[in-house]
Design a binder for this molecule. Structure first.
Ligand SMILES: NC(=O)c1ccc[n+]([C@@H]2O[C@H](COP(=O)([O-])OP(=O)(O)OC[C@H]3O[C@@H](n4cnc5c(N)ncnc54)[C@H](OP(=O)(O)O)[C@@H]3O)[C@@H](O)[C@H]2O)c1
Length: 278
């Protein structure tokens, strides 16, 4: 059956490769990216690869919650069915940066924006169940901390600390969603796609780039291999009905202890709702 699949972070890296694989499976793709030219190029690529697959696109800057809100409303207005949401957009910031909404940008782009979009699309996903929500986290979540008194690292900002916290938030939110959605037919899963040779680390400090560039060539997997891990959770028959899991290499794995703490997950959701104005 042809599914309607929304992929964020679809203009590059693993999101783009997964979108290409999903279009190749015959699904209708809705690509979301920050840069209108890049997302238009992604649409053209998928159409060329598939002989004219149905591919739509939306430009949205995830560091602006107002844009994410508008994106959610447009998607609700345009798609009577959404079968899969792949919440994948993500980035890093070398220096502490605040968004227009006044939030630390890593947390805002990697967690708050995806949270707001997911919450906005949830009624549509519920109506169409069985449906799936797949969120790209990272192995970095194992090192993540969650300090609700200083979520935005006013003290002690460091690129990887902020990234790891945002990825822990991805796993905590997925687990809270899974608890909330149990029995509805909507499933929520999350994953580490592997160490993937994409452009995400172009935001890393200059001193770290030579090592990262070397790692990209010799140890990292390709964006297509990383993308296949998203594709597996998005449409794989093997994970039909699977709810709440954290995956590495297509296998369920126990996440960090902190990610298993339901009280922390509940508090994160409550705080996130306030931050995005829900
Ligand atoms: N690469 C890895 O080794 C690795 C490992 C673990 C987890 N991940 C996760 O995988 C996901 C995808 O990353 P990737 O490696 O594929 O990186 P990537 O090639 O840099 O792709 C990131 C995607 O997110 C989009 N994005 C970034 N900032 C955005 C913003 N402000 N608003 C809207 N979209 C934005 C990018 O848009 P542009 O095209 O405009 O930049 C791009 O489409 C991220 O969540 C990342 O944390 C990656």
């Amino acid at each position: 059956m042809t599914k309607t699949i929304v992929v964020t972070g679809a203009s590059d890296g693993i999101g783009l490769e997964s979108a290409s694989q999903l279009a190749g499976q015959g699904h209708r793709l809705v690509l979301v990216g920050r840069n209108p030219a890049k997302v238009t190029a992604a649409v053209k690529r998928l159409q060329a690869e598939t002989n004219g697959a149905e591919v739509d696109s939306y430009a949205c800057d995830f560091s602006r919650l107002e844009e994410v809100r508008r994106l959610g409303e447009s998607l609700l207005a345009s798609y009577p069915r959404i079968d899969v949401l792949v919440s994948n957009a993500g980035t890093v910031f070398d220096k502490r940066t605040l968004t227009a909404d006044g939030y630390e940008a890593t947390f805002a782009v990697n967690h708050l924006a995806g949270f707001l979009l997911t919450e906005t699309l949830l009624p549509r996903l519920r109506e169409g169940a069985p449906t799936r929500i797949v969120t790209t986290a990272s192995v970095g979540h194992y090192r993540g901390t969650m300090n609700f008194d200083d979520l935005g690292f006013e003290r002690g900002y460091q690129i990887m600390r902020a990234y790891n916290r945002s990825k822990l938030a991805n796993v905590l939110y997925t687990r809270e969603l899974a608890r909330r959605l149990a029995g509805t037919g909507v499933t929520a899963t999350t994953l580490h796609p592997g160490a993937v040779a994409t452009n995400i680390w172009s935001g890393a400090p200059a001193f770290a780039r030579p090592v990262l560039n070397l790692a990209k060539r010799i140890v990292m997997i390709s964006p297509a291999e990383g993308g296949a891990r998203l594709t597996y959770l998005a449409t794989g028959a093997q994970v039909e009905g699977a709810n709440g899991g954290y995956y590495e290499k297509d296998k369920i794995k126990e996440p960090a202890k902190l990610a298993l703490d339901d009280a922390v997950g509940d508090r994160l959701v409550e705080v996130s709702r306030k931050m995005v104005g829900l």
